[in-house]
Write a protein that binds this ligand. Structure first.
Ligand code: ZN
Ligand code: ZN
Ligand code: FE
Length: 747
């Protein structure tokens, strides 16, 4: 008996096993169960071993074998090898496949297979929608949103033929029986006419909404200034760069820089958005990504994307999440029609429901490794496996870019990207996804773990569940997330440079240097506290933080100095300083993110922020990478003090030093602090592993250079890759900490 666990359902595994069995003369059966794939294989012993070796090497592209266990069994007589119907047997759960981009064989079939010529929902056992359409397990057609489409005779024949590429492809469909596209509020009926309609809209500078795999996209010609600004208008107060879909790799290479590893990540079956550096003469309008030098790029992943590019001569389309303001990406046809009919030139839907919302995933590549920033379509709900018992633990996640997680055995199953839990719609999405995952993965919650922040909606949700709750410090969770993903379970030096997190002293933390393990942490050093006048408002208006930082260093002398930022905000700055002095709504923060905000504002790069982390992103975008200088700073006891740095920055500005050089020196200073503190703490404790996590490590310059510094060192630096280092990774850390505390009987 062979039991295989891993990503083995919905990826063409059973038919693959069937064909292998035939090849090696194996008798018996293969069966999907909710805890994996079970094979009974009878043959000469060597044939069984050859069979297993063959499976390991040749398994289907999107499958992933985690464990393969062999058990001897008494001989039974089977006449042949068969595929048995799926059965549920235990509380253990197999993996659910993420959604898979359309494969090359299907794209070929679209040109020649009679009943699938130009069929835009073509798929096979190796490709097509999965998690987005799955209601419950085991993965069979009647448990997906394909259930209402009855297979035609031809499809049924293929579905039942084990030698066919579509054997048991649950979403199998064709022109005669499958889902169809619809152009809402128009008379247009044929698919061909819909494509031509979209072509005309794109060519004439219009915008459109189109239903994708896990949610709607808003799109237009990426080179059209007016169309891009119309999209900005629709997305409202969101100045974030738009993601772009390129026709293919070669057209993309003309306009962005791309390395081999980036190309590999971009073209994988997961099809994430990858952040790439734009070439100077790429020809994109400024409004596409404002002053940032990186753009989120993806390749077509649904048949209609490919077909659309065939209709037009344009190599890149904006394909940004179709949502309103801060709500989650829209998945319902009715809601999309309501939201976009008056605002765009076309709303294109199809009549198969998206059950689980999965936004596009986002990643970048540093030091040849893919780093996820948003883990959603193509990744969720694949588990992260860690060597810890996580059964029954629910981790609520943080507040912004929320992802929650559930523990099943040694698997951490992270939800798809939920978003910022600050409006009703996102909170509903959170609660709904929790109850669905609970059912889907047969999850029985025993412990809920949440952030220490009492006001986070995720914290409130966890406390409402009526089970034991554990509150975990935000940055401890960041470091634990990094440790868990890297399989580390001994004390580490933990550096969490971050935006915002509730500290044990009630202040806002975020420039933290710990010695910690999965159970507990000790705060060894931190950035000096800075008042944030206006509280939350200060995060949206970095000029406030700039003034606060200058006031901390120069006191009231600041108003006699020749500083652009002070002059620009002269009147307001006086009131601001009064508020700081009187401690009115000026919470203290050691956040690294706010330090970046301050410098960005002082350099005049970003005084008022249009979207989260814009100020640090703009600061990173201007770095002169040839500059190796650093600024002075002081370590006074546990506190890292930046007075000398701000004096030098103001001096550099007075000397008209280019801001690209100042930005580089500032970044180099942060890197230097990390290196120095790692060395101090390593000497003090003998620990030789350092874990880095937190939103600031989305800064590629810092991540790359810091990692390179430790390449040949006796100290091992670990960072995040599979899970975001931003708050989207918090839930994994919460799970690991709760698992450890339960193991140590601390809870
Ligand atoms: Zn396919
Ligand atoms: Zn059919
Ligand atoms: Fe954080």
């Amino acid at each position: 008996m062979i039991k295989i666990e891993g990503l083995v359902q919905g990826v063409g595994f059973r038919p693959f096993i069937f064909v292998c069995a035939e090849k090696f003369g194996i008798k018996g059966y293969v069966e999907n169960r909710n805890d994996g794939v079970m094979i009974e294989a009878f043959a000469e012993e060597f044939a069984v071993y050859e069979f297993i070796e063959y499976i390991k090497v040749n398994s289907p592209a999107a499958s992933e074998i985690f464990s393969l266990n062999l058990q001897e069994k008494d001989f039974c007589t089977y006449d042949d090898f068969v595929i048995q119907k799926s059965s549920s047997v235990s509380q253990a759960v197999t993996e659910i496949s993420p959604d898979i981009a359309v494969c090359d064989s299907c794209l070929e079939d679209m040109l020649q297979q009679k009943h699938r010529i130009d069929y835009p929902f073509i798929n096979c056992t190796c490709c097509g929608p999965r998690y987005s359409i799955i209601r419950t397990l085991p993965y069979d057609r009647d448990k997906t949103t394909m259930s209402e489409f009855e297979m035609c005779e031809t499809c049924l024949k293929e579905y039942s033929d084990v030698y066919d590429r579509r054997f048991h492809a649950q979403p199998i469909a064709c022109n005669n029986c499958g889902p169809v596209y619809k152009s809402e509020n128009t008379e247009i009926s044929s698919f061909e006419a819909i494509l031509k309609h979209l072509r005309d809209i794109i060519n004439s500078g219009g915008t459109f909404a189109i239903k994708g795999t896990g949610g709607f996209h808003l799109g237009c010609n990426a080179f059209d200034v007016n169309a891009v600004s119309k999209l900005r208008e629709i997305k409202k107060r969101d100045g974030k760069p738009f993601a772009i879909m390129f026709r293919d790799i070669s057209s993309l290479k003309e306009r962005v820089y791309i390395s081999k590893h980036e190309e590999k990540a971009l073209s994988s079956w997961r099809r994430p958005i990858i952040l790439l550096k734009v070439k100077e003469n790429a020809g994109f309008p400024h409004g596409l990504f404002n002053d940032l030098d990186n753009v989120g790029v993806m390749l077509p992943y649904m048949p209609i994307h490919y077909m659309l590019f065939e209709q037009i001569n344009i190599d890149a389309l904006v394909m940004t999440s179709g949502n309103i303001s801060k709500e989650p990406v829209i998945i319902s046809n009715d809601y999309a029609v309501k939201a976009f009919t008056d605002k765009t030139n076309a709303v294109i839907t199809y009549n198969r429901d998206i059950y689980n919302r999965v936004d596009d995933s986002v990643a970048f590549v540093v030091n040849n490794k893919e780093r996820l920033l948003r883990r959603s379509r193509g990744y969720a709900p694949s588990p992260i496996r860690i060597k810890q018992d996580l059964e029954g633990i629910f981790a609520a996640g943080a507040e912004l870019v929320n992802v929650f997680a559930i523990g099943k055995g040694e698997q951490a199953i992270l939800s798809q990207h939920i978003g910022d839990l600050q409006n009703m719609e996102t909170l509903e999405f959170y609660e709904e996804t929790y109850s669905r995952m609970k059912e889907l993965f047969l999850f029985d919650p025993k412990i809920a773990v949440c952030d220490m922040h009492p006001d986070y909606l995720s914290t409130k949700f966890a406390k409402k569940l009526g089970i034991k709750t554990i509150a975990v410090q935000h940055h401890h969770a960041h470091i634990a997330s990094c440790m868990a993903e890297n399989g580390v379970d001994e004390p580490v030096i933990g550096i969490s440079l971050d935006g915002t997190g509730y500290g044990t002293d009630g202040n806002i933390w975020g420039g933290e240097f710990f010695v910690c393990d999965l159970n507990d942490f000790e705060r060894k050093f931190h950035f000096e506290y800075l008042p944030l006048p206006g509280g939350d408002k200060a995060t949206e208006e970095p000029w406030r933080i700039g003034i606060s930082a200058l006031h901390r260093t120069f006191g009231d002398a600041l108003f006699e100095m020749d500083i652009d930022l002070v002059k620009k905000y002269e009147n307001k700055a006086h009131l601001l300083v009064q508020a700081i002095d009187k401690k009115i709504n000026s919470p203290l923060s050691s956040s690294a993110g706010r330090l970046f905000d301050a410098v960005s504002a002082i350099l005049g790069l970003c005084c008022e922020s249009e979207f989260h982390a814009q100020a640090p992103m703009l600061l990173e975008a201007v770095i002169d990478k040839s500059e190796i200088g650093i600024y002075n700073y002081a370590i006074n006891g546990k506190i890292i003090n930046f007075d000398e740095m701000f004096i030098d920055i103001i001096g550099d500005m007075a000397r008209k030093t280019p801001i690209s050089v100042i930005s580089a020196k500032f970044h180099n200073t942060i890197i230097d602090i990390c290196i120095r503190i790692i060395s101090i703490l390593s000497e003090e404790t003998g620990i030789v592993t350092a874990a880095i996590s937190g939103g600031t490590f989305q800064n590629r310059y810092i991540l790359e250079n810091l990692e390179n510094k430790f390449k040949n060192s006796h100290i091992k630096l670990i960072s995040q890759s599979k899970v975001p280092s931003n708050d989207g990774g918090i839930a994994l850390g919460q799970l690991a900490i709760a698992g450890k505390r339960r193991e140590l009987k601390c809870v």
